[in-house]
Design a binder for this molecule. Structure first.
Ligand code: RAT
Ligand code: ZN
Length: 411
């Protein structure tokens, strides 16, 4: 029998650290793509620097008119971000520190502050090599994409079918159906589904046929939507009716969870485009508890954007075993909130129902600790690294990475 090393109080921290760092990560919400999606796959340092979080920051640091910023070629946008946020200022914001962590973990000496050298080196890489390196460095075994069948670039790739890269799972995104029914019902008709704007029996069954076809094609891990703080349930709106008549029965019949990301106010500042969304008020946790109570046979994955909602959501999850809270979404993906939310959740319901998601290689019950603490929401391929590290930070309840990042930058 193999002799087990004794873990003492003195070695506990180092042991936990070693185990957590070696543990593969399953990232359940990203905006990354299987390499088969070609140009949809964002990679390289310019994508990293023009991530919408940094766009919002650079337009505060530079007086450039928004329109003029958007007219710049991507490389010049990236140059501006680099110059204003990294060279002229100390990059201490969460989004900036994410860039430093990413560059550092890919082996670049960030102290040199040499953007040209990073670009030059990455020119020699292929997207495939890049994806592999990034996932390996972040120890991400699988990442779940965000897949939109209404997207004109993504749709044809699915339609002609391709060999799936098993590191990428699909998630069927249904925002177009739930959040823009009036505008998108005609598109569904173009796709060959006999729907009306009014949600009658025929329309409901055609929407279900659409969902069934795309579920067959994508084999998604879950159906997902991102909702505004006005989201209510039950509700007579198109969104409410479609959830009841199409989404809930579809998810139940296909055995997949319905993921609701609730609380984003879209285009608070439209001039900022993708960077213009915000969080301006709390949402209704009652809408979530009503859904869970009415559909006990469905699984709901929920994350909410407002800090004010976190405690009630946590309590709701104690009351409904079909409710699985996940991640520290978007503006909450910040060590201050991560610490608070993770501790609150882990002490509220320490054990996870492993059946919530069809995760491969389920861990033994004693290791299924707590909620799904993190997802990366990464858009460019390297951003995945920081959240993987953040999970470690939360688990270790300390902020080593912050200090390391600062040291690497030479602050
Ligand atoms: O974090 C983000 O990148 C957001 O813009 C959204 O995409 C959000 O995460 C979502 O999935 O709706
Ligand atoms: Zn997202």
């Amino acid at each position: 029998m193999k002799k087990q090393a004794v873990i003492t109080k003195g070695t506990l921290q180092a042991t936990i650290r070693r185990i957590v760092e070696a543990t593969p990560v399953y990232d359940i919400h990203t905006h990354l793509y299987d390499p088969a999606f070609g140009p949809l796959l964002l990679w390289g340092v310019d994508e990293l620097l023009t991530y919408h979080y940094l766009v919002a920051e650079v337009t505060r640091a530079d007086a450039i008119p928004y329109d003029a910023f958007w007219k710049l070629p991507k490389t010049q946008q990236a140059d501006l971000v680099w110059q204003r946020l990294f060279i002229e200022r100390t990059p201490i914001s969460e989004a900036c520190r994410g860039v430093i962590t990413c560059l550092n973990s890919l082996g670049f000496d960030v102290k040199k502050r040499d953007l040209a050298a990073v670009r030059k080196e990455l020119k020699r890489w292929t997207p495939e090599r890049f994806v592999t390196r990034v996932l390996d460095v972040a120890r991400v075994r699988r990442a779940v994409m965000t897949n939109n069948p209404f997207d004109s670039l993504e749709r044809p790739v699915w339609q002609k079918s391709f060999a799936r890269d098993e590191r990428f799972e699909a998630a069927l995104r249904i925002d177009e159906i739930l959040m823009g029914w009036q505008a998108n019902a005609p598109k569904l008709r173009e796709f060959g589904y006999d729907v009306q704007v009014e949600i009658n029996d025929k329309t409901a069954s055609e929407v279900r046929r659409f969902l069934a076809n795309w579920t067959k094609r994508m084999n998604p891990l879950y159906c997902a939507v991102s909702l505004t703080p006005e989201f209510a349930f039950p509700d007579n709106s198109a969104c409410g009716q479609l959830i009841e008549r199409c989404i809930v029965p579809h998810c139940r019949d296909h055995g997949i969870p319905f993921a609701l990301m609730i609380g984003v106010s879209r285009q608070v500042n439209p001039a900022l485009r993708l960077a213009g969304d915000g969080v301006v008020k709390p949402s209704s946790v009652e809408a979530v508890t009503n859904l869970c109570a009415k559909y006990p046979d469905n699984k709901f994955l929920v994350t909410m954007l407002s800090r004010e909602n976190q405690h009630s959501l946590c309590v709701a999850a104690r009351k409904f075993r079909n409710l699985h809270v996940f991640g520290c979404w978007w503006f909450l993906n910040n060590p201050v909130f991560i610490e608070e939310m993770t501790r609150m959740r882990q002490t509220a319901w320490p054990w996870r129902d492993a059946a919530a998601l069809r995760l491969p290689h389920p861990r033994p019950a004693h290791l299924q600790v707590g909620p799904l603490p993190q997802d990366s929401d990464a858009r460019a391929h390297r951003q995945i690294q920081r959240p993987a590290r953040r999970q470690l930070e939360a688990d270790r309840r300390r902020d080593r990475a912050r200090r390391e990042d600062a040291a690497r930058w030479g602050v």
